[in-house]
Design a protein around this ligand. Structure first.
Ligand SMILES: [Zn+2]
Length: 918
C-alpha cells in the first residue's frame, strides 16, 4: 500500500509558497479526504486510549464496600439508652491535652472527666485526614472509599450504613458539608439535621467559633422545645437514640489562624465550656438517669501551618474522651506504653522512622500533659463506630471494619466476649459477600480463595468461639474473636485487590501492543526499509506469518480471555510481523548494534527524564541541556547554518533556567501579563513589517497579497485590546465593582475572533504559523491574566480567578470549558508549530512524526500508569491520577490536533477572492 504524498514537498530549506491554485486545491481536498487509513488509525487510537484512560478507575478506584449483609448486634441488654457524640473538627491531640504556660488545661471540664470518671486516649486517624473521611470512619466505621475520587466527593459514591442509620432516631447539628451524607444514606426518616448555611461557614468569617455557639444554642432550643412538644418528648424517651454535635469552629480557626494561635486555643476553651453546658442540659432533661454515654473526638488534626489531608502525626492523632453509661472510669497506669503508629502502610522506611520519632516525641509530650498516671487507651478512628453501636445496643454498621475497643467498656468478661463475637460475625458477613462476588465473576477453575479463611476454617473458628463462651472461657473467646476479625479484614483486602494484578497486566500488554503496532506503521510506511508485499509474496510466507492462521489463533485466545482489547491489539501486531522480519533482515542487527543502541537509548533516557520531571522539575533543566548539545554531536550537514545552531544552543540553555525557578504561587500579577501583552504587540508589529518586506521582495509584482497582512494587523490590534481589557477588568475587580458588561462582551468578541482569524490569512507555512500564533495570544492573555503562569496540572487545582475576564459568578460548566481552553492553547501552538516546523526543515512526513510522538507519549503514559496510587492523602492520590490523566489527555489531544493542524495550516476561507484578484 502506498501512503499519500504530503500536502507539500520542500526540496530545500527555502520557504515554498504553496498558495498557488494547484496546491491549494490539493491541500483543501486533503483535509476532507485525509487518507482513510489515517482516519481509522486516529479513531482506533482514540478508542484504545479512552479505554486505557478509564482503566485506572476500574483497577484502583473501585469501592471496597459491599451490600446485602445481615446486621449483627450484641445479644446483651445495652448499658446506655442514648449516646451523645461531640466532634470537634480539626482538633489535634497535643493542643487538646497539652497545658498552657501556667500549667492550666485549656479544657478544664474534660480534663476533670479524665481524672474522675472517664476513659481517654488518642484516636489514630488514617490518611486522607479530611473532614469527610474522618467522619465516615467515626460514624460508619470504615475508611473512606477512594472510589469517591471519580465521583467528585459530592454525593455518597456508594450508599453505606452508619451508627446513625441503625439508631432508632438521630438528631444532629452542624455543618452542611458533613451532616447530609449521613442523613441521605439513612433508610426512612429517622436522622434529623439542623444546619447553618454554607455562607455562614465562610472561611473569612471573623468569628469562626460562632459556628460552635450556634450548635450549642440550637441544642438548648431543641430541648426547650421538646418540653412542650409531646410527640418529640416521647421520641426522646425511647432507647437507641443518638445525638451528634459537629463543631466546626476549631477547624476553621486553624485554617485561617494556625493551631498555635490564640484564636485556635481559645476555641478549644469555648468548646470545653459548651460541652459542659450540654452535659448539664442532657443530665437535667433525663433527670440524671445514668443512661447517657458521651464521646468526644475529632475527625482529624492539623499541621502547624494550618492544613490537613496528609499523614503527619499532627494530622492523624486526635483526642478521644468517653464517659457515662457503659464506659469504665479512670484507671491507674503502671507505665506509660509507647504507642507505635499504624499508619505506616505505603511509607518508605525513612518516612516511617521520621513519623516514629514524631510519635515518640508526642508520647514524651503526654508526660508533659501530666496525664501519665491515668491509663491512656488508644484506638483506631474506625473503632469508635462499633463502640457507639455496642453501647446503645444497635447493630454494628454493616460496612464497618472497626474492632470494638473493649478496654473502654465497663462490663463483665462475658458481655465483652459476646459483643466482640458479634463484631467478628459482622466483619465475616462482609468477607462472605465479597468472596461470593469474586467467585461469581471469576472462572471457577481460576479462582484462588483466601487460604487463611476458607469456609471450613471459618465455620470451625465460629463453633470454637461459641463453645468457649458457653464453657465460661471468656478471655480466650475474646482473643479468638479478635484473631478472627484480623483474618476477616485481611481477607477483605485480599478480595478487594483480587483482580488488580490481572487487569494491570492486561493494560500493560495493551499499551505495549499499541506501541509496537504504531512502530510497525512507522517502519512500514516511512522508514524506506520495508517493501510492501504483493499477494503472491504474502502467500509464500511461513505459516506463522500468514494472515489466516494468526487471526484464528487470536480468535481462540480472545474467546478464552476476557480482556478483548489487548488481544485485538496484539492480533494487529502479529499481522505485521512481516515488517519486523524484513526490518531485521535489512538492518543486519549484529553489525549495526551501535546504531540501534543510539537510536533507542537516548530517547528512552530522555522520556524517563520527562517522567521524573513531573516529580523533580530540576531534571527538566538537565534534559534541556542535553538537547542543547544536539547540534554539536550530530552530523555536520544537518546544521550547515552556524547561526541556527548557535540559536538552538542558546535558546535551549535559556529555557533550562525556568525549571529551576520556584513554582509560581497564587499571587496575581497583572504587571507581567500586561507587559507581555505590550511586548507581543511590539514584536508582532516588527515581524509583520519584516514578513511583508520579504514577501514583496520575493513575489515582486506577481502577487499583491496586501489583505493577508491586514488580517495580521487586525490581530495585533486585538492583542492590544485584550491587554487593555485585562487591565480594566483587573482594576475594576480591585475596586470590587465586578466585571463590567462591556469588558465581558469584549472578551467574548476577542475569543470568537481568535477562533476564526487563522483561517483568514495566507496559506504559506511561515505566514500561516505566524497568523496562528497571533490568533492564540489574545485568549491566552485574557485567561492568563489572573493566574496561569502555573502549569497545566493546575486544571485540578481549579482557580476561578483565571476566568474573571469572562465570568465572575460561579458557573462550573462555563468555567471548566474556559479552563480547558486555556490548557489546550499552548498545546495547539507548540504541537502545531513544532510539527510543521520540523516537517518543513527536514521534509519528514507529518504522519510519521505524529506516530513517533504517539509512541513516545504512550511510553510516558505507561510509566505513570505504574505510578498511580490509591493510598495516601487526597493530594498524593490526586497528583498521581492527574499525571496519568495529563499524559493520556495529551495523547488524545494529539490525535485531535493532528487532524486540526491540517485544517489550520491548509484551509483558508479566502482562496477565491485571492485568486480572482491575480
Ligand atoms: Zn474536618
Amino acid at each position: 500500500m502506498v501512503t499519500k504524498r504530503p500536502h507539500f514537498v520542500s526540496e530545500n530549506n527555502v520557504e515554498m509558497p504553496i498558495d498557488t491554485k494547484k496546491n491549494l486545491d490539493q491541500s483543501s481536498k486533503q483535509i476532507f479526504l485525509m487518507n482513510t487509513d489515517t482516519i481509522c488509525l486516529v479513531l482506533a487510537g482514540l478508542f484504545t486510549h479512552l479505554v486505557f484512560f478509564y482503566s485506572i478507575f476500574d483497577i484502583y478506584f473501585t469501592s471496597p464496600l459491599v451490600h446485602g449483609m445481615t446486621p449483627h448486634v450484641s445479644p446483651l441488654k445495652p448499658t446506655a439508652n442514648r449516646l451523645v457524640l461531640f466532634s470537634a473538627d480539626g482538633l489535634r491531640a497535643d493542643k487538646f491535652f497539652g497545658l498552657d504556660e501556667n500549667g492550666q488545661s485549656r479544657a478544664p471540664f474534660l480534663r476533670d472527666i479524665i481524672h474522675t470518671h472517664g476513659a481517654w486516649g488518642v484516636s489514630h486517624t488514617r490518611v486522607p485526614t479530611e473532614s469527610r473521611p474522618g467522619h465516615v470512619a467515626l460514624i460508619a466505621g470504615f475508611y473512606e472509599d477512594v472510589s469517591a475520587v471519580a465521583k467528585g466527593w459530592k454525593e455518597n459514591p456508594v450508599e453505606f450504613d452508619s451508627v446513625f442509620n441503625q439508631s432508632r432516631n438521630t438528631w444532629s447539628w452542624g455543618s452542611p458539608d458533613i451532616l447530609p451524607m449521613f442523613a441521605k444514606g439513612a433508610s426512612g426518616d429517622h436522622v434529623f439535621t439542623e444546619m447553618y448555611t454554607s455562607d455562614e461557614e465562610d472561611f473569612a468569617a471573623s468569628h469562626a467559633s460562632d459556628l460552635d455557639t450556634w450548635v450549642f444554642d440550637k441544642v438548648k432550643a431543641f430541648f426547650e422545645g421538646a418540653k412542650s412538644d409531646r410527640d418529640l418528648y416521647e421520641k426522646l424517651q425511647k432507647d437507641k437514640i443518638v445525638f451528634f454535635l459537629h463543631l466546626l469552629g476549631i477547624d476553621t480557626n486553624g485554617h485561617s489562624h494556625k493551631p498555635h494561635s490564640e484564636v485556635y486555643l481559645k476555641n478549644i476553651e469555648l468548646v470545653d465550656t459548651g460541652i459542659k453546658e450540654m452535659v448539664k442540659l442532657f443530665d437535667d432533661f433525663y433527670d440524671r438517669d445514668g443512661k447517657t454515654t458521651y464521646i468526644m473526638s475529632s475527625d482529624h488534626g492539623m499541621t502547624n501551618w494550618g492544613s490537613h489531608g496528609a499523614g503527619n502525626p499532627h494530622e492523624t492523632l486526635t483526642p478521644v474522651v468517653a464517659w457515662g453509661a457503659g464506659i469504665r472510669g479512670p484507671q491507674e497506669s503502671s507505665n506509660q506504653d509507647i504507642y507505635p503508629d499504624s499508619y505506616s502502610e505505603g511509607m518508605s522506611s525513612i518516612k516511617l522512622l521520621f513519623s516514629f520519632l514524631i510519635v515518640l516525641y508526642i508520647n514524651l509530650k503526654s508526660a508533659e500533659w501530666k496525664l501519665q498516671d491515668i491509663k491512656r487507651t488508644d484506638l483506631n478512628q474506625a473503632d469508635i463506630a462499633p463502640l457507639m453501636s455496642s453501647l446503645v445496643g444497635v447493630p454494628y454498621p454493616m460496612n464497618s471494619v472497626g474492632t470494638l475497643p473493649l478496654s473502654f467498656l465497663n462490663s463483665s468478661d462475658f458481655e465483652k466476649a459476646e459483643s466482640i463475637f458479634a463484631n467478628a460475625q459482622q466483619i465475616l458477613e462482609q468477607y462472605q459477600v465479597k468472596m461470593d462476588q469474586k467467585k461469581s465473576t471469576t472462572l471457577s477453575v481460576a479462582f484462588r480463595p483466601f487460604s487463611k479463611l476458607l469456609p471450613s476454617i471459618q465455620k470451625d473458628r465460629i463453633r470454637n468461639i461459641r463453645n468457649l463462651i458457653s464453657n465460661g472461657q471468656y478471655q480466650l473467646a475474646i482473643t479468638e474473636s479478635q484473631t478472627l476479625i484480623e483474618l476477616g479484614l485481611e481477607g477483605l483486602n485480599y478480595y478487594h485487590g483480587y483482580d488488580r494484578f490481572f487487569l494491570g497486566l492486561s493494560i500493560v500488554f495493551g499499551f505495549v501492543g499499541w506501541m509496537i503496532y504504531t512502530l510497525t506503521l512507522v517502519v512500514r510506511d516511512h522508514s524506506g526499509l520495508v517493501n510492501v508485499m504483493t499477494k503472491l509474496e504474502k502467500l509464500s510466507q511461513p505459516i506463522w506469518l500468514q494472515e489466516k492462521p494468526i487471526k484464528l489463533v487470536f480468535a481462540i485466545v480472545g474467546l478464552a480471555v476476557i480482556v478483548l482489547l489487548t488481544v485485538v491489539l496484539w492480533m494487529f501486531v502479529a499481522l505485521r510481523l512481516t515488517v519486523f522480519q524484513q526490518l531485521f533482515k535489512k538492518m543486519n542487527l549484529t553489525k549495526n548494534i551501535k546504531t540501534v543502541f543510539i537510536a533507542i537509548v537516548p530517547p528512552v533516557l530522555g522520556l524517563e527524564i520527562l517522567v521524573m520531571g513531573f516529580f523533580k522539575r530540576e531534571l527538566l533543566s538537565v534534559g534541556l541541556i542535553m538537547i542543547a548539545v544536539w547540534p554539536l554531536i550530530t552530523a555536520k550537514n544537518l546544521w550547515k547554518d552556524k547561526v541556527t545552531a548557535a540559536g538552538w544552543i542558546v535558546s535551549c540553555l535559556l529555557l533550562s533556567v525556568f525549571p529551576l525557578a520556584p513554582v509560581v504561587g497564587r499571587q496575581i500579577n497583572y504587571v507581567y501579563v500586561i507587559t507581555s501583552g505590550v511586548f507581543v504587540v511590539l514584536s508582532a508589529s516588527y515581524l509583520i513589517f519584516c514578513l511583508k518586506r520579504s514577501h514583496e521582495a520575493r513575489k515582486e509584482r506577481k502577487f499583491r497579497h496586501q489583505h493577508i497582512f491586514i488580517v495580521n494587523i487586525i490581530q495585533v490590534i486585538v492583542i492590544g485590546l485584550a491587554t487593555y481589557n485585562v487591565w480594566t477588568v483587573s482594576s475594576s475587580i480591585a475596586r470590587s465593582q465586578g466585571l463590567p458588561f462591556i469588558n465581558r462582551l469584549t472578551s467574548y468578541v476577542i475569543l470568537v475572533f481568535s477562533m476564526i482569524s487563522p483561517f483568514l490569512g495566507g496559506t504559506s507555512v511561515t505566514h500561516r504559523l505566524f497568523t496562528i500564533t497571533l490568533a492564540l495570544f489574545p485568549p491566552y492573555l485574557l485567561l492568563m491574566a489572573f493566574f496561569g503562569t502555573g502549569n497545566i496540572a493546575s486544571i485540578n487545582s481549579f482557580e476561578p480567578a483565571s476566568v474573571y475576564c469572562f465570568v465572575t459568578k460561579f458557573d462550573p460548566f462555563m468555567m471548566g470549558s474556559l479552563m480547558m481552553l486555556k490548557n489546550v492553547l499552548p498545546f495547539v501552538l507548540v504541537n502545531n508549530c513544532v510539527f510543521h516546523a520540523i516537517h518543513f526543515m527536514r521534509a519528514i512526513q507529518t504522519k510519521a512524526l505524529f506516530l513517533i510522538v504517539l509512541i513516545m507519549s504512550d511510553f510516558m503514559a505507561l510509566n505513570f500508569f505504574f505510578l498511580v496510587r490509591d493510598y495516601g492523602s487526597w493530594l498524593e492520590i490526586g497528583t498521581s491520577i492527574s499525571h496519568y490523566v495529563i499524559v493520556m489527555c495529551m495523547i488524545i489531544f494529539l490525535m485531535v490536533l493532528f487532524v486540526l493542524s491540517h485544517a489550520l495550516t491548509t484551509v483558508s476561507v479566502l482562496p477565491r477572492i485571492k485568486h480572482s484578484r491575480e
